[in-house]
Design a protein around this ligand. Sequence first.
Ligand SMILES: [Mn+2]
Length: 195
Amino acid sequence: MRTAKITRKTAETDISVEIGLDGTGRYDIATGVGFFDHMLDQLARHSLIDMTVRCQGDTHIDDHHSVEDVGIALGQALAKALGDKRGIRRYGSCLLPMDDALVRAALDLSGRPYLVWSVDFPTQKIGGFDTELVREFFQALSTHGGITLHVDALHGINSHHIAEAAFKAVARALRDAVETDPRKADAIPSTKGAL
Ligand SMILES: [Mn+2]
């Protein structure tokens, strides 16, 4: 089974993350940030990656450290669970509508972190959540997961919908990319022989 557990403790956050790539999208998420929990629920549910996430962070300052550091830990967990990436499809993409919002995600589990982020939010906040933290999360996930990740919002007028569509689009793309390809089950999907 392709699973990983990461614990990460700093002066700002205390995090544990457990994932199973070959899961059914079961989730148990408690980060101390309500809207972020809602987004991670979507990420697990739509990637079919089982996820348990716990974060105790300095949310008395703001949500920034908690969101960024969970992104770091989840990225590290993904990289660890993927191992040498033998047999994976490697690429994934998704064009995901949610009411007014339409978000495109394309990713490559290349080992080369690169984020292209073209998502504008019409409001600075979703409830008490800073919309700029959505990018911070995906930047951390990309950097620490070794993921080339492109996310473009093609349309959207509601910030909650845009954020949720982004998480769901990345989730669906991840689902495809981490899946093993039965035609190439023993091969590392690169002409270089390593990812
Ligand atoms: Mn929602």
